[in-house]
Design a protein around this ligand. Structure first.
Ligand code: GEK
Length: 237
């Protein structure tokens, strides 16, 4: 059974958010109640990425947490035999991921995705992870992903994005807050979690994402999902 997230329920001294054991215990509940569209993005990511893979191909899931995207890809491979490597730097996350997911072709590796050497791959998933990388290190990481992809390779990247002040997006943050309240979080929980994330989760605009991907060399960039201030992009080499 999924444990309910009440980490920020009681008034507390706020420290920077970390993917530790307490977060791992409530993670599936936390992420679903916080990210609009998560239950669509993950299975459809699996479909899109599995579709892009052929027998023998390698696919990375960077910042895999408990392996939700890793599993979604594996489940859509049918008879294709591919290798899927989920990478995360949280030992607590990977300990649980390994218990939850025992699937042929799937392996989990602990490491910092900024430092990790990536093998030639046909596809890379990076769902809600780049936003936790310090902004000045993002371009280098995206370039490294581009370099590891084979010609025609695909990067699928999902992120929270900064709403544009114009174009009718100015109220997305407030609707997102209402989304969390509607999912049972209190005002205090929302504001304490926001403070904990303030220095560790920094968002970019959709335009900044597109520019970074283009500068890394990706030729075709498609927005395939958008819900309020959450988006997912496909970038093809
Ligand atoms: C999902 N993709 O379920 N190196 C490796 N991992 C990192 C790093 C880093 N430098 N920084 C953060 N992480 C998943 C959800 S969660 C998103 C991804 C969220 C890891 C961190 O340990 C965590 O597991 C993950 O990135 C981000 O679709 O919780 O909002």
């Amino acid at each position: 059974m999924k444990e309910r997230d009440s980490l920020f329920r009681d008034p507390q001294q706020i420290v920077d958010f970390a993917f530790d054991q307490r977060v791992v215990d409530v993670f599936p509940d936390m992420i679903r109640r916080s990210i609009p569209g998560y239950d669509t993005i993950i299975p459809v990511s699996g479909l899109i990425l599995a579709n892009h893979l052929q027998d023998g191909d390698l696919c990375y899931d960077l910042g895999c947490s408990l392996g939700a995207t890793t599993l979604a890809i594996a489940q859509r491979l049918d008879a294709k035999r591919c290798r899927i490597i989920g990478v995360d730097n949280s030992e607590a996350m990977l300990n649980k991921a390994r218990k939850l997911l025992d699937h042929p072709g799937v392996e989990f590796q602990q490491g910092d995705i900024r430092a990790k050497q990536l093998l030639p791959a046909q596809a890379v998933a990076m769902n809600f992870t780049l936003q936790f990388i310090p902004p000045d290190e993002r371009a280098a990481l995206v370039k490294k992903i581009y370099a590891c992809l084979k010609p025609g390779g695909l990067l699928l990247i999902s992120e929270k994005i900064q709403s544009a002040a114009d174009g009718g997006e100015s109220n997305f943050e407030s609707i997102h807050k209402q989304y969390k309240l509607a999912n049972g979080y209190s005002d205090l929980e929302v504001s304490q979690k926001r403070s904990a994330l303030e220095k560790v989760m920094i968002t970019d605009s959709l335009e900044a994402h597109r520019q970074r991907l283009q500068q890394a060399g990706f030729t075709t960039i498609q927005l395939w999902f958008r819900c309020l201030n959450w988006a997912s992009l496909l970038a093809f080499k």
